[in-house]
Design a protein around this ligand. Structure first.
Ligand code: NAP
Length: 166
């Protein structure tokens, strides 16, 4: 069984929502934390509050995980803190909604970078040493969604070529 006390968790998307709730919950179990998100001020305030409340060490590594190479940078900066990560919580992510043709392509690229690329890169960097990770990002949902779109576009294209044939 995983024992929390005195171990360290790195949580992405820790500045709000589920990631922040994870930070509170793991700190209450005696875990030290490395908090990652873009909002440096929110992370610092949370780290200070949790370390005062629970007597744990809480470090912040502000980063925009949509950027190429950001996950590797987070890994390097965490190593630089002299911290060994025992649990990786891949939580940072977002969804987009609406007709596919109405979605901004740049935002879709950011979503793939954050929900997939950063998750794979962080897991690849940290897991060989730790072996434990949680992923809250709906990667399966994202893939199913894209497959459905691809299928729909394929059917539409088929419909067009059938009409052209007649
Ligand atoms: N809420 C739900 O019902 C639900 C359902 C299924 C799956 N999920 C998944 O669960 C996770 C958390 O959901 P939530 O509702 O708690 O989301 P949220 O409240 O929107 O929080 C998202 C977190 O990710 C961080 N983040 C966003 N973009 C980032 C970036 N480019 N680089 C680094 N950090 C970034 C945000 O911080 P900054 O803005 O400070 O960077 C924030 O801390 C997400 O992956 C979501 O897809 C949620």
């Amino acid at each position: 069984m995983f024992s929390y006390t005195g171990k360290t968790a790195l949580i992405t998307g820790a500045s709000s929502g589920i990631g922040e709730a994870f930070a509170h919950s793991l700190a209450a179990r005696g875990m030290h934390l490395v908090l990652v998100a873009r909002s440096a001020d929110k992370l610092r305030a949370l780290a200070q509050a949790l370390s005062e409340q629970h007597g744990i060490r809480a470090d912040v590594v502000p980063a925009d995980l949509c950027r190429e190479g950001a996950a590797q940078e987070v890994y390097r900066r965490t190593q630089g803190l002299g911290v060994t990560v025992d649990l990786l919580v891949n939580n940072a992510g977002f969804g987009t909604y609406g007709g596919f043709d109405t979605l901004a392509l740049e935002r879709e690229h950011e979503k793939i970078m954050l929900n997939i690329t950063a998750l794979v890169d962080l897991t690849h960097a940290f897991v060989p040493a730790i072996g434990v990770f949680l992923s809250l990002v709906s990667v399966v949902g994202l893939l199913i969604w894209y497959i459905l779109i691809a299928r729909k576009l394929f059917m539409l294209a088929q419909g067009v070529s059938n009409e052209e044939a007649h």
